[in-house]
Design a protein around this ligand. Structure first.
Ligand code: NAP
Length: 303
């Protein structure tokens, strides 16, 4: 495993995404991921799988301190007391006394950022969380978040893969030394159908998925969290550190942006919602976050 260093923290550059991993079969998948070597896991309150992740870690041979756990606050849990309550519940589910990184899952302009950060900061001081971050924050939202007094944003988790560029956001994260956690790094598996990625991979005996993950993890301040339920995929995704893409190949991959039919609807919607008047934005976000979890699954799972 390689590591990424951000603000004196050392994290595995490749983590494990857990969205849609649920139930007893999900627990087996998580145990397998621990066995094959993953040490950073990305979950969220809305995924409904914090409990099986906690059990998988507890039942494994790996010590809690060796695992980096990331979870996320859903948009309806951003008020001060809700944050506290939600984190208590996450800790109980995860069977741990602390999470390594707590993220605001989506921006929600109905709740002032300082209120949420204030609660997160107190949780940090009491040792319930180690690091604070955000997810799905555009560049302008990230700058706003950074402007909140006494807040140190450690990470922003956004979709990032060869077909979805994040150039400006990444530049900014590198300048400010913020971690960019690349979610859906395989474009939900679609990278495998790309001819150019396959061509580049042939030279190294690697698959398009491996080329994509190597491309991401060769970038400063980037950490990728692919999800893989198949053991073969879990292992394959870890086998990316024995080759190095050339500068030319990296440029070719960067030029694939937009070349595949995108399904990152969430990011497109979030980005366009930001330009709407605040009252419209608030209304949309209120409907979204107070909707049922099935609505949120539809929203976050465009197939
Ligand atoms: P992804 O990691 O881009 O793709 C997952 C898909 O790729 C699965 O169908 C998986 O198949 C397949 N796959 C994995 N390794 C492969 C390989 N080596 N070769 C071929 N196919 C492979 O998509 P994602 O689940 O959307 O994103 C990853 C994680 O990011 C999530 O699990 C979640 O933790 C996080 N995320 C966060 C947000 C947010 O709002 N913050 C939103 C979306 C996702 P199998 O499962 O069959 O192995």
């Amino acid at each position: 495993m390689r590591y990424v260093n951000v603000r004196s923290e050392e994290l595995p550059v490749l983590g494990f995404g857990t969205w849609k991993i649920k139930g007893p079969s999900g627990k087996r998948i998580l145990k397998c991921a621990l066995d094959v070597g993953y040490r950073l896991f990305d979950t969220a309150q809305i995924y409904g799988n914090e409990d099986i992740l906690g059990e998988a870690v507890r039942e494994s041979n790996v010590r809690r301190e060796e695992v980096f756990l990331v979870t996320k606050l859903w948009g309806s849990n951003l008020h001060y007391h809700k944050v506290k309550e939600a984190v208590r519940s996450s800790l109980k589910n995860l069977k741990t006394t602390y999470v390594d990184l707590l993220l605001i899952h989506y921006p929600n302009s109905n709740v002032p950022l300082y209120e949420t950060f204030h609660a997160m900061q107190e949780l940090k001081e009491s040792g319930s969380i180690n690091l604070i971050g955000v997810s799905n924050f555009t560049l302008s939202l990230l700058k706003q978040a950074e402007g909140v007094r006494n807040t140190h944003i450690f990470a922003n988790q956004v979709p990032y893969h060869p077909f979805l560029p994040q150039e400006r956001l990444l530049d900014y994260c590198q300048q400010q030394n913020i971690l960019l956690m690349a979610y859906s790094p395989l474009a939900h598996g679609k990278v495998n159908g790309n001819r150019m990625l396959r061509e580049i991979g042939k030279k190294y005996g690697k698959s398009p998925a491996q080329v994509s993950l190597r491309w991401l993890t060769q970038q400063e301040n980037v950490l990728a969290i692919p999800k893989a339920s198949a053991k073969a995929h879990q292992v394959e995704n870890l086998e990316i550190f024995d080759f190095q893409l050339t500068e030319k190949e990296r440029q070719i991959i960067a030029s694939l942006a937009g070349s595949a039919p995108l399904n990152d609807v969430t990011w497109k919607v979030i980005s366009s919602v930001q330009s709407l008047p605040k009252v419209v934005r608030q209304l949309i976000e209120r409907i979204f976050f107070t909707g049922s979890s099935s609505l949120s699954t539809v929203w976050t799972a465009p197939e």
